[in-house]
Design a protein around this ligand. Structure first.
Ligand SMILES: NC(=O)c1ccc[n+]([C@@H]2O[C@H](COP(=O)([O-])OP(=O)(O)OC[C@H]3O[C@@H](n4cnc5c(N)ncnc54)[C@H](O)[C@@H]3O)[C@@H](O)[C@H]2O)c1
Length: 345
């Protein structure tokens, strides 16, 4: 709500929740006129846009309902539980002629934009290597919410819910993927969750670049996350998230952007409570909503479309598949996904 309120011209007029009690408390707490239990009833009331903030397993139904009612839709990450679901969501929103955005607000961090712009304008060459290190702290209280930690409703663990933001940044910097090899395990939260609390992967890119991903929810306290890339000249740039929710440039040897701030990260600093982690991200969440509203108003694509969002999900789905079989997963996109969908329509 704080992010939605920060955007000029946005009025939140209705909320739907399968638990009508929750919908009523939410509307009462935030002065929202209408609460609904039925999504079609709410969308039938005539809205310009809707944001889907349900557990992951309900994202597809929410986005398909928005498409049915020709309502622009901004969906929370991960776009869906599977790539197949995400492709259906992309096709349905394209066929309905509505904008479909997916929330990846860390892409709006200045530190992340700086890396992407340096790659675009050539100050940082095509990355030949890179990585994600994501060390988070999640405990039994967090997993007490019944949908969390369950394969059917969360679809995965640290990769699907936390590190997907960082996998998204990595692929935003390094480009299309060629091959993924991964290993996942539940090493600490066994008995509490069905999904992985620990993951490691090697990602090979179409450019020839290679990156590693290491992620866990087993760190006490959490140590945040880092996404870094380096080019053939050895120029290196990295966005650090520490504490969780706060992103900054910790290393950059890109000409004109030199920074080294690794001393800012101190082991032993306490984790921010979850609500404060979200508070830190509100300005960037608001920027993404503002971008989505601009996309509707000016009839353009939002910064992060469904097609953009499916890329991190494809990598994560491949890590799960590789972990299950022990084999690498080859990516065989003859044409980029954007083109495939355009041709199908
Ligand atoms: N972008 C971010 O940084 C960020 C941060 C937090 C959560 N999220 C995402 O937001 C989503 C929700 O997470 P949360 O922590 O707020 O969950 P939550 O459990 O706190 O809230 C989910 C709400 O959805 C309701 N719900 C469940 N199924 C529904 C359905 N079919 N239709 C309508 N309502 C339904 C529940 O009753 C509940 O009130 C997740 O996908 C999560 O990944 C993103």
């Amino acid at each position: 709500m704080a992010a939605l309120r920060g955007v000029a011209g946005v009025q939140v007029v209705a909320v739907v929740d399968v638990d009508i009690g929750r919908a009523h408390s939410f509307t009462a707490a935030h002065g929202i006129p209408q609460a609904y239990q039925d999504v079609d009833e709410m969308l039938g009331s005539g809205l310009d846009a809707v944001t889907v903030c349900t557990p992951h397993s309900a994202h597809e139904a929410g986005v398909l309902a928005a498409a049915r009612h020709r309502t622009h839709v901004l969906c929370e990450k991960p776009v869906a539980l599977t790539v197949a679901q995400a492709q259906r969501m992309i096709a349905a929103t394209a066929a309905a002629g509505v904008r479909f955005g997916v929330l990846f607000q860390r892409r709006f961090w200045p530190a992340a934009i700086r890396i992407r712009r340096a790659i675009e304008d050539g100050r940082l060459g095509t990355p030949i290597c890179g990585g994600v290190v994501a060390r988070f702290n999640r405990d039994a209280d967090y997993y007490a919410e019944p949908w969390r930690g369950r394969a059917a409703t969360e679809g995965g663990g640290v990769l699907m819910t936390q590190a997907i933001h960082h996998v998204d940044l990595l692929q935003w910097f390094m480009g299309p993927v060629r091959r993924v090899t991964g290993r996942c395990a539940t090493l600490v939260h066994k008995g509490l969750i069905e999904v992985e609390d620990t993951a490691a992967a090697v990602v090979e890119f179409a450019s020839g670049g290679i990156a590693t991903i290491q992620a866990g929810t087993t760190f006490r306290p959490g140590l945040g996350a880092q996404v870094w890339v380096s080019d053939a000249q050895g120029r290196t740039a990295s966005v650090m998230e520490f504490p969780e929710g706060v992103g900054f440039t910790d290393i950059s040897t890109v000409p004109g952007q030199e920074v080294s701030q690794t001393g800012r990260v101190r082991a032993g600093a306490p984790d921010l409570p979850l609500a404060e982690i979200h508070d830190q991200l509100v300005p960037y969440h608001a920027q993404q909503i503002e971008d989505f509203v601009g996309a509707i108003r000016h009839d353009r694509e939002p910064e992060v479309t469904g097609l953009d969002a499916v890329k991190s999900l494809e990598i994560i789905e491949a890590i799960y598949a590789s972990s299950g079989t022990g084999a690498a997963v080859e990516f065989t996109h003859a044409v980029p996904p954007r083109e495939r969908v355009r041709r199908r329509l």
